[in-house]
Design a protein around this ligand. Structure first.
Ligand SMILES: [Zn+2]
Length: 178
């Protein structure tokens, strides 16, 4: 989780979100492909993280394991009015997205917060390849909750980090916290 530099809300989102949100509430189906804009929106979001998952920091493209999806920080199923809200949207890898599903907790950290810094909240354990909460931070429970809900330490993620770390000289440095 590295600081995300959220840009201005895209004009097409600003202009259409009311209409799209209304449609989502009416039909229960969120799919901006209908409006031909999901690809554009995903690319704009990925630029804010330099093409990394805004949570586990895996590379989303071009050389990553996942192309990326659009995360609704507050799940669209429960917070329908935020389904097209710019500040509710993040670029995310498929694994983080499927693990989180429609879960939400008020403690969750967001990488677009002002002065967000990985080291304030987490550390990378070089022995186990896990991401752990930095308990020097009095609010470390927030880091713990974020790790749990996005599944930062699922087996596949540990294996991927181990592989990237062990081959870091071959310039596979997918994770910016390494
Ligand atoms: Zn991820």
């Amino acid at each position: 989780m590295i600081k995300m530099n959220r840009t201005e809300e895209p004009t097409f989102l600003k202009e259409n979100k009311k209409k799209w949100t209304k449609k989502y509430i009416k039909t229960g189906k969120w799919n901006s492909k209908w409006y031909g804009k999901s690809r554009e929106l995903l690319i704009i979001l990925k630029k804010t993280t330099d093409f990394h998952c805004a949570f586990c920091d895996d590379v989303l493209s071009p050389k990553g394991s996942a192309k990326g999806q659009i995360e609704h920080f507050r799940p669209k199923e429960k917070y329908k009015l935020l389904s097209f809200s710019w500040i509710n949207l993040f670029p995310i890898c498929e694994m983080c997205n499927s693990t989180k599903s429609d879960n939400f907790d008020i403690l969750l950290l967001r990488s677009d917060s002002q002065n967000f810094d990985f080291a304030n909240w987490f550390y990378f354990d070089l022995k186990t390849f896990e991401i752990k909460p930095n308990k020097l931070n009095s609010e470390w429970k927030r880091a713990e909750k974020t790790i749990e809900i996005y599944g930062f330490n699922k087996q596949e993620k540990l294996e991927r980090r181990a592989f990237v770390f062990e081959n870091r000289e071959q310039n596979l440095s997918a994770f910016r916290f390494m």
